[in-house]
Design a binder for this molecule. Structure first.
Ligand code: SF4
Length: 456
């Protein structure tokens, strides 16, 4: 990768990212561009000549963090006005006037995936056509696993969600571009790619010939060197039998579906404008389990949506109990300005009640996971080894299983990987195993991870 020679006042960058994997993938691509322009990463914004905040506004808590970060950068900018500060991501809508008057010290505002304003500014300072001199924007630090965005935006307009307004309508990347990116990553040693989209399963409808996610999975499955392919996220209404069939029949495609249900009550689903009923969702789960034995399911759930009664909440809880998901991302509803819900609905569930419902879901899910993970005891599972674990990292995870591994002491290396169902697996082994696929017999389970010994 050739780089541009840069003046010393413009040679270090820091990217801070919050939010979903799409944001992480966007940051990785911007990072690739900055490295190609000759800049180097630094750990702290204080040491950076270019600071990028990649923002998320899906929840109030995330937006508060972005505002906190932006505010903390103001003194840095006053001290060194030549420093470049850029705000990227879902906080930036089509109009930036309000943001500009609130944060006048920010130099550049960029919508998701739109790196051009920053690249042009840097190109101007460097005296080059920044966009013209860039090669492929593949993640610079991709190791064993990498994300590949396949479709941007969303056409669904769920009433609680800001994403369609910020990321725009669905635009699929050409299939050949995605396969080429997968080939570049595989050539750099990546073993697993996750195909990313807000609605990954609606991939392709806007492309000539309308290839679908099944076609894309088949094409990426053919990339030599890759061992695993995953995809994230799916909308229940776009999950076709063809896609389910592709997961069932392509050996590299892992048996895992992320299928947000958001609410277990039909009235709430209707006001959310999700476009399916509880029964539709349960029938889809049944079809997936019939066709893909051993599949794992993760989901997203909102509690305390406007009008959610205790009985409606109990139906969400019942659904969590009935389906036995392998992961539930549960969030307490918060009004997002600009959404349909913010204009038309009263946020009428008190915060304390939302918190109670959230904790109830988490407690139930812990019981579910304790039960379903215990079924893996004594089984041998396929694990792609992702990284060596330091004691500090192990301790930070806080899981019983991991602490047990930590307390075990010994000099053997401690490894972290995931099985095909996306469950974290830890084990000890003296060999260097990063990027290897091994079999691990599970000897201990907790709700959040598994521990075992390598058996081959
Ligand atoms: S499907 Fe709904 S929740 Fe998901 S990104 Fe689109 S609008 Fe948001």
């Amino acid at each position: 990768m050739s780089t541009v020679s840069v003046p010393s006042s413009l040679c270090r960058y820091h990217i801070w990212t919050i939010g979903c994997q799409m944001n992480k993938a966007d940051s990785d691509r911007l990072e690739s561009a900055l490295i190609q322009l000759g800049l180097s990463p630094v750990e702290s914004p204080k040491d950076a000549d270019v600071i990028v905040l990649n923002s998320c506004v899906v929840r109030q808590a995330a937006e508060d963090k972005v505002v906190g970060m932006l505010t903390s950068l103001k003194p840095l900018k006053s001290k060194t006005p030549e420093r470049v500060i850029a705000l990227m991501g879902c906080m930036v809508g089509p109009k930036t006037d309000a943001l500009q008057s609130r944060f006048p010290y920010v130099d550049v505002f960029m919508r998701p995936q739109d790196y051009k304003p920053l690249l042009r500014l840097l190109g101007g300072r460097l005296g080059v056509d920044a966009e013209g001199c860039l090669g492929a924007l593949t993640p610079p630090n991709a190791s064993v696993t990498a994300f590949i965005p396949i479709i941007h935006g969303c056409d669904k307009f769920c009433t609680f969600c800001i994403i369609p307004y910020r990321r725009g309508r669905e635009v699929s990347r050409p299939l050949a571009d995605i396969v080429h990116e997968a080939e570049l990553l595989a050539a750099r040693g990546v073993k697993e790619v996750t195909l990313l989209g807000q609605n990954g399963d609606s991939y392709g409808h806007d492309l000539p010939g309308a290839p679908d996610l099944a076609d894309l999975l088949t094409a990426v499955h053919g990339v030599a060197g890759l061992q695993r392919v995953r995809f994230l996220t799916s909308h229940p209404n776009d999950m076709s039998q063809r896609i389910i069939g592709a997961v069932a029949s392509l050996p590299k495609v892992c048996e895992h579906f992320n299928l947000p249900f958001q609410a277990g009550d039909d009235d709430v689903l209707q006001v959310m404008r999700r476009g399916y009923t509880r029964d539709d969702y349960l029938r889809l789960v049944e079809r997936i389990r019939e066709r893909v034995p051993g599949v794992s399911l993760s989901t997203d759930l909102i509690v305390g949506f406007p009008g959610e009664t205790e009985a409606a909440f109990q139906r969400s809880l019942d659904l969590v109990r009935e389906v036995e998901f392998d992961k539930v991302h549960v969030a307490a509803y918060s009004t997002r300005p600009g959404t349909i819900a913010s204009r038309q609905m009263e946020d009428d569930v008190p915060w304390a009640e939302k918190k109670r419902r959230l904790e109830e879901v988490e407690a139930l899910q812990e019981q579910v996971l304790t039960r379903i993970n215990a079924r893996l005891l004594g089984q041998s599972v396929e694990v792609l080894v992702e990284e060596l674990q330091t004691n500090k990292r192990l301790a930070a995870s806080g899981s019983d299983v991991v602490l047990d591994l930590l307390n075990g002491g010994g000099s053997a290396k401690k490894w972290k990987g995931r099985n095909r169902n996306d469950k974290l697996v830890f084990f000890e082994d003296g060999r260097d195993l990063v990027g290897q696929t091994v079999r691990v017999r599970i000897e201990k389970t907790s709700p959040w991870s598994l521990q075992g010994v390598c058996v081959g």
